[in-house]
Ligand binder design. Structure first.
Ligand SMILES: Nc1ncnc2c1ncn2[C@@H]1O[C@H](COP(=O)(O)OP(=O)(O)OP(=O)(O)O)[C@@H](O)[C@H]1O
Ligand SMILES: [Mg+2]
Length: 304
């Protein structure tokens, strides 16, 4: 039987859904923690050891989480994913696209460079410069959001509504990521658009309890039809820009009706989205991923 590694330290609902989808398609899968993998160069055939794979390499690697740690540890975990791809094994999403988007500063930079609408954003290590940016934005009538560079699920975000809030301006590990706040009206909301292999497969409107519209922060999920081409194309263009096989794109719309991408997630959750979607997202992911794993040559997989 062919074998898939699901890279995760916390399989949970998503891991179980993927495992079931793979099994239904004739693939056995195992949860793998990158903390247990090692580089073993004396093994010419499989110079990367993955626990549970008996010195053999998997047919594909589905990444559901890269653990945190020291800079050295995280670099090493990404080395494992880079190495597996170099060995011709499909890694989904691959280390390069994860690197680009775990770092919100690089995501914003790449989106802007590609001409994709995204709110004005600043990244700086200088506290005085950061304060000056927030002060200037406030003077011009804009509020500002600060985010941890590697944050997720709405944790650690702050909103600066007046100069008095400046006292709360703190860097996340020495770096300030600041973004112009996009007002969405008296009922805050944004969109999560799920893209697989370049196509939008599901989307929802997220209505937050506060201005944070993350499902993890209690936002309500509302179904949306996929006939809003502006929304879908913007999400698809964003995913193409960061080179991902699949992604969850966060999109916000200002009071003038203009959409902007605020984030592209390389390891997106889809539990909330699944509750308002007709398609079975784990099945679509499994089909797309396994089509890469069964591709006849490794170069075909690496070229995607
Ligand atoms: N510039 C902004 N203007 C208005 N609201 C924002 C802005 N940036 C973020 N938000 C709100 O905060 C939420 C979380 O922001 P963002 O998606 O950037 O980080 P995150 O969700 O913590 O990271 P991840 O998506 O990787 O889990 C958004 O869904 C949105 O509701
Ligand atoms: Mg988000």
């Amino acid at each position: 039987m062919r074998r898939i590694a699901i890279v995760t330290d916390d399989p949970g609902w998503h891991g179980a859904r993927l495992k079931r989808a793979f099994a239904a398609r004739g693939f056995e899968s195992a949860y793998v923690s990158l903390t247990g993998c090692s580089i073993e160069l004396e093994h010419a055939e499989s110079p990367i050891d993955i626990p549970g794979f008996d010195a053999a390499l998997p047919d594909g690697v589905f990444v559901r989480g890269v653990p945190g740690g020291s800079l050295e540890q995280v670099t090493f975990y990404l080395d494992i994913l880079h190495g597996l791809k170099l060995l011709g094994i499909p890694v989904y999403n691959d280390a390069r696209s994860i690197e680009r988007t775990v770092d919100k500063g690089m995501t914003s930079f790449l989106l802007k460079l590609a001409g994709i609408a995204t709110p004005p954003t600043w990244v700086t290590g200088d506290p005085d410069h950061a304060r000056a940016i927030v002060r200037r934005e406030l003077e011009h009538g804009h509020q500002v959001v600060s985010k941890p560079l590697f944050g997720s699920q709405g944790e650690g975000l702050r909103r600066f509504e007046s100069p008095a809030d400046l006292e709360q301006l703190e860097s996340g590990n020495g770096v300030f990521y600041l973004q112009r706040f996009v007002p969405t009206g008296s009922e805050p909301h944004d969109w999560r658009v799920f893209v697989i292999n370049g196509k939008t497969v599901a989307a929802m409107r997220r209505c937050g309890l506060t201005w944070l519209n993350n499902v993890a922060q209690g936002a309500r999920c509302e179904p949306v039809r996929l006939d809003d081409l502006l929304l879908c194309r913007l999400a698809e263009d964003a995913v193409k820009t960061v080179g991902m096989a699949y992604a969850g794109v966060d999109i916000i719309r200002d009071l003038q009706g203009r959409y902007a991408v605020i984030e592209v997630n390389s390891v997106p959750a889809w539990k909330g989205l699944q509750t308002v979607s007709e398609v079975v997202i784990a099945d679509l992911l499994a089909d797309d991923f396994l089509s890469l794993c069964t591709a006849t040559t490794s170069s075909e997989a690496a070229a995607r």
